[in-house]
Design a protein around this ligand. Sequence first.
Ligand code: PMP
Length: 417
Amino acid sequence: MAEAATKTKQNVDFSRIREQFPVLSQEVKGQPLVYLDNAASSQMPTRVADRIDAYHRNEHANVHRGIHTLSQKATDAYEETRKKVQQFINAEHQEEIIYTTGTTDSINLVAHSFGDRFIDEGDEILISEIEHHANIVPWQMVAERKGAKVQVIPVNDDGDIIWDEYVNLLNEKTAIVAVGHVSNALGTVHPVKKMIAKAHEYEIPVLVDGAQAVPHTPVDVQDLSADFYAFSAHKMCGPTGFGILYGKKQYLDKMPPYRGGGDMIDKVSFEETTYNITPHKFEAGTPPIAAGIGFGETISFLEEVGMQNIADKEHQLLSYGTKQLQSIDGIRIIGTSQEKASVLSFVHNNIHAADIGTILDQQGIAIRTGHHCAQPTMRRFNVPATARASLSFYNTKDDIDRLIEGIKKAISIFNDS
Ligand code: PMP
């Protein structure tokens, strides 16, 4: 188990924690806000906003280049985040933590750089049927460039991958498996540890899209034995524009840079340029320094709450919400895996998801409707769109009750019209 996973406190007072998110105490459309769009982006506690503000007010300078005190302070604070991330996901080496602008950027980095070095004509890239577009399109792009092929692991009607199909698809042509840890559209938790172990029997590396897992559950990349693991700060109470790519050193050291520019070089001349070492060779140009420093504060905050406490609280809310939703006539939950995290995706048999979303918004309830950047998932379940309520640890049973009342109201409006 990761150190981070065991570092939890019992009996956390979540109502006190909720008070640290001022955005949640506002009214929307004359009603107290119920924020259930956490899978798109979660809210930020005051201390993270304050940390970012303090950097802008008192500490701003560029990192890595300056000899002066302010620049060195900014560099120290920015690099401190790398240590915190390393511990948070239990990476073996600090150099395995690469700063990116988010999950999308992290996956594109691997598709591009790993793809350049390790994917050849005729190779196969294996993804699941319920991936976010960010874990589909970059692979299609590299496949096109290299003459490789994207293969798809099907899921069953609950939204679980079909294990035998997965095993059958692994073969000597498979260059990489790229799979979401938790589906943003359905909430399915893929059995990534088992999937990675199976792929490793064939010496195939695995990238895990952890955008929807890291905010909700303890993650230990060494325990999973993931070769690459990607996530975004803004889905875990941190700032936008910042994310992480974890990669095993054995791959990162062999992968070429993804973007060229300042900071990623060793020596530059017109005849020949040599590159910096990992992770800096993947971090060209001035980075989002404020966001990086703010993300360090975010991790301290999450560790104080405790990732296992967060997982437990969200599980209680998910079970309660699932039961309540199931009790409403005409509602069908899309994504009924036994292993789910924080997502309630649903449709009504004669009201479009967008209409449900609009009527909920009129009651101050924020959910998301549409294809959730997962059009193939919608196709698999034969729906154009779903309504999705996605949870965070600062949500309450009362938020779920308001959601359920809001849906009932939407149904009654439509039935009366
Ligand atoms: N993968 C998954 C599973 C996601 O939910 C998201 C965001 N919805 C992404 C990737 C992309 O994340 P970002 O937009 O932060 O790059």
